[in-house]
Design a protein. Sequence first.
Length: 299
Amino acid sequence: MSEAGWQQLQFETDDGHVEALEDWLFEQGAVAVTLEDNADEPLLEPGPGETPMWQKVRLSALFDEGVDLTPVLDSVPSGWVTATAGAPVHVPDQDWERAWMDNFHPMQMGSRLWICPSWLAPPEPDAVNVLLDPGLAFGTGTHPTTAMCLTALDRLITPDMTVVDYGCGTGILAIAGLKLGARCALGVDNDPQALTASHQNAERNGISPSRFTVVAPDSAEVSEWEGAADCVVANILAGPLSELAPRLLALLKPEGHLLLAGLLADQADALIERYQPHIRLSVMSQVEEWVLLEGRLAT
């Protein structure tokens, strides 16, 4: 008797053929299709109304065991793929949600802060523990950009500070700032799922709505925070960080701290130049190819 599971076919394609290839595979009987970056291309935060896609994509399709996939391999449109799939690979059946949960462990960020899955007891009950359930939003602390921001917040936040998390995703950075002692925080994101996740994670951590406001970028409440933030953190991408420079700077108090992440090391110089002469940014940390820029607004 064969082991329970699925047959998997993998294809390499480009962004212009992903949708057609995905639809075609479902027509051939695929029960699931997943997409992965095939060129180490960062893709963290879409713009309003965008459905972003990597330029080079690895597409994996699952089929029921016992299905003859030879006709699928023989008839896949050659113009839609840049590399054809090899023989089907057996994928054991499992509880996929449980497998993901088992791989998300408590993580220490700096000297005070821990990021803990909401379904596990914190390993250091007396530490500053942020309980997190990512849902469908970006930001668990496992990505280098998020980890660098959390470590910086652990170092910077003192009681009664005010924090803006621009591109808040799960709300992890704002919630961490609040639990580290900040008086209040603003979370901004253009993804409705991120706003929902931020609200839920704030409630999970005992953060009242009066301390944590979560809004879309076009909300009037964003303007009300101009000149009010002791710390602005934005973990997005280099392009949006450049476009948002006037808004992020406007949110800062004099001598306020600015943390920018989501950019690669070779993008740092251009972004540093973009923010001058208003603020002098420098690379404060680097993990793999990712860097964190930090600076303090002049008085």
